[in-house]
Design a protein around this ligand. Structure first.
Ligand SMILES: Nc1ncnc2c1ncn2[C@@H]1O[C@H](COP(=O)(O)OP(=O)(O)O)[C@@H](O)[C@H]1O
Ligand SMILES: [Mg+2]
Length: 330
């Protein structure tokens, strides 16, 4: 089965005064048709920059410096900006953490939904407005006809998030990238929105890349996940394997702190008592070395390479050798 999207060795750096920050550092991932795959990791590990790189929305001082993003037989990093604009919001849609990135405050929600349909689906204005109301109903917005005429600020956070999902699915995308779609919502609404996201993507057959810092969400909504740390995918595999036999100490640490994950980002710390300080790390060691409770001499001397634990499970850790397995569960 051809994946909907295949990202190979993607790197995006920020050229800052403090040095070159490797926000995304050689990330490879794929999403199969109809599959929901999670990209999970601490705040600041590079998840958003990764999705922006896929969509070619990285702005200076950031730059995609290498890699490939294969989608429908084309490397998106090579296509024209014109083609990219057609792909965005049509074949690949994004749901952001912050709805204000999707909605303009000066137009009604219905008008903006309709505008997208006019542009991407070439619908007439009246037909587009009718479809917009239908989409708002689909995401369970009560009194959708009246609500379509409301402005974004007249919607509650949860409603706006659902409207953003309506906008994202309006063109029946092949791939939906949902970047922390519910982080700003309270827990009950979070569950509703994620259920809705999962149902609508399933009914449309869209593949979903679900980006989150919350392992609880991963285990509930994704079968497969990529664990990201300091710009790199440090472990990937079926979620049950990542849970039952995590190979990377960071994966184990993430599970161990899963109950902590909804605490405000600033106050949350990793088990060692440190956060990710910066991504201006050296090439010559494992990025997790400073925080790792299982580090060995080799980890400081050499950067690890991704090895296969089995055909579906890969890890970036010196302690694991191809076909082997270590026990790091705490
Ligand atoms: N515009 C920018 N300028 C400089 N650094 C940036 C910029 N945007 C993101 N970064 C850095 O890139 C890294 C990854 O950020 P991000 O992808 O937003 O993390 P995540 O989404 O996982 O929380 C962070 O260290 C962040 O500070
Ligand atoms: Mg982010």
């Amino acid at each position: 089965m051809e994946p909907v999207i295949r990202v190979n060795d993607l790197s995006t750096y920020f050229y800052t005064g403090a040095g070159v920050l490797r926000a995304v550092d050689g990330v490879s991932l794929h999403v199969d048709p109809g599959e929901t795959v999670a990209l999970v990791g601490e705040s600041g590990c590079g998840k958003t920059v990764c999705s922006l790189s896929i969509m070619r929305l990285v702005r200076p001082p950031g730059r995609v410096v290498g890699g490939e993003v294969w989608f429908e037989g084309r490397n998106l990093l090579d296509v024209s900006e014109r083609r990219m604009r057609r792909i965005r919001g049509d074949k690949i849609a994004m749901v952001f953490q912050e709805p204000s990135l999707s909605f303009d405050p000066v137009y009604s929600v219905g008008a903006q939904l309709a505008e997208t349909l006019v542009q991407h689906k070439k619908l007439g204005r009246r037909e587009a407005l009718r479809k917009a109301v239908e989409l708002l109903k689909m995401v369970e917005i009560a009194d959708a006809e009246r609500r379509a005429a409301s402005y974004p600020h007249e919607f509650s956070g949860g409603m706006l998030q659902r409207a953003m999902i309506a906008l994202a699915i309006s063109c029946e995308p092949r791939l939906l990238i949902a970047d922390e779609p519910t982080t700003s919502l309270d827990v009950t609404i979070q569950a509703q929105v994620l259920e809705l996201l999962s149902e609508t993507s399933q009914s449309l057959g869209s593949a979903v890349l679900l980006i989150t810092h919350n392992f609880g969400i991963v285990s509930r909504y994704a079968k497969r996940a990529y664990v990201m740390y300091a710009g790199q995918v440090v472990e990937t595999g079926p979620v049950h394997k990542l849970y039952q036999e995590p190979q990377h100490p960071y994966t184990a640490d993430l599970w161990a702190s899963v109950l902590d994950l909804d605490r405000p980002k600033k106050t949350r710390v990793l088990p060692s008592g440190k956060g990710i300080s910066d991504l201006v790390h050296e090439d010559s060691k494992c990025a997790y070395f400073p925080l790792c409770q299982h580090r060995e001499l080799e980890c400081e001397r050499e950067r690890p390479e991704l090895v296969a634990v089995d055909s579906s499970h890969h890890v970036l850790c010196h302690r694991v050798h191809s076909g082997g397995s270590v026990h790091v569960k705490q």
